[in-house]
Design a binder for this molecule. Structure first.
Ligand code: AR6
Length: 185
């Protein structure tokens, strides 16, 4: 499905995020920025060593102790179809008692902000934190869509935001959440 927020379009699709041709795809990374499993593993293996080299440089200069949860950084897209990769760190779900909702919103928000700063017009997100980090997908989908909607309402440089869901189940959850939130306003 897709819907509009101002002039921008939000698309909810089933896709491997590494197949998406956009100005940026977002990586659900960890603070070390050195790769991992899930989306992170797929992006680094398909994107090639250039992305990892750039991540290592960011660690050596900007974030020697690691990228804090909720922050975002940008590298090139290496061999991917996407021009850039925005690496963000979602929270690990620990029962909802440790600011997880705020941190997940920050991961989306700061990724979008970085896209705007770099004059990017299209950006694709995976379902951050809902794999290895165990965030309940229903709640995560509400945070993701609200963050994207709120951001697009106040900033009009980004034209397309894609949510690239990997499973039918997640596609269904994000679609239902979007339908519920669109009717609200
Ligand atoms: N394209 C789109 N979505 C995907 C893909 C793909 N190629 N592969 C998996 N997903 P996860 P997290 C979905 O675990 O929970 C890594 O090891 C997956 O089904 O990738 O934020 C990092 O290095 C799930 O719905 O990210 C970190 O250590 C969603 O993407 C840690 O995992 C997120 O799952 C981050 O955990």
């Amino acid at each position: 499905m897709e819907f509009k927020v101002g002039n921008a379009t939000i698309q909810i699709i089933k896709s491997d995020i590494t197949d998406i041709e956009a100005d940026a795809i977002v990586n659900a990374a960890n603070s070390m920025l050195l790769g991992g499993a899930g989306v992170d593993g797929a992006i680094h293996s398909k994107g090639g060593p250039k992305i990892l080299e750039e991540c290592k440089k960011i660690r050596a200069t900007e974030w020697p102790d690691g990228l804090p949860t909720g922050n975002a950084v940008i590298t090139s897209g290496g061999n991917l179809k996407a021009k850039h990769v925005i690496h963000t760190v979602g929270p690990i779900w620990r029962g909802g008692f440790y600011n997880e909702a705020k941190l997940l919103r920050a991961a989306y928000w700061n990724s979008l902000k970085l896209a705007s700063t770099n004059n990017l017009r299209s950006i694709a997100f995976p379902s951050i934190s809902t794999g290895s980090y165990n965030y309940p997908t229903d709640e995560a989908s509400q945070i993701a869509i609200n963050a994207i909607k709120d951001y697009l309402k106040k900033e009009n440089k980004i034209e397309t935001v894609i949510l690239a869901l990997y499973s039918d189940k997640n596609l269904e959850i994000y679609t239902k959440t979007s339908q519920a939130l669109i009717t609200k306003n």
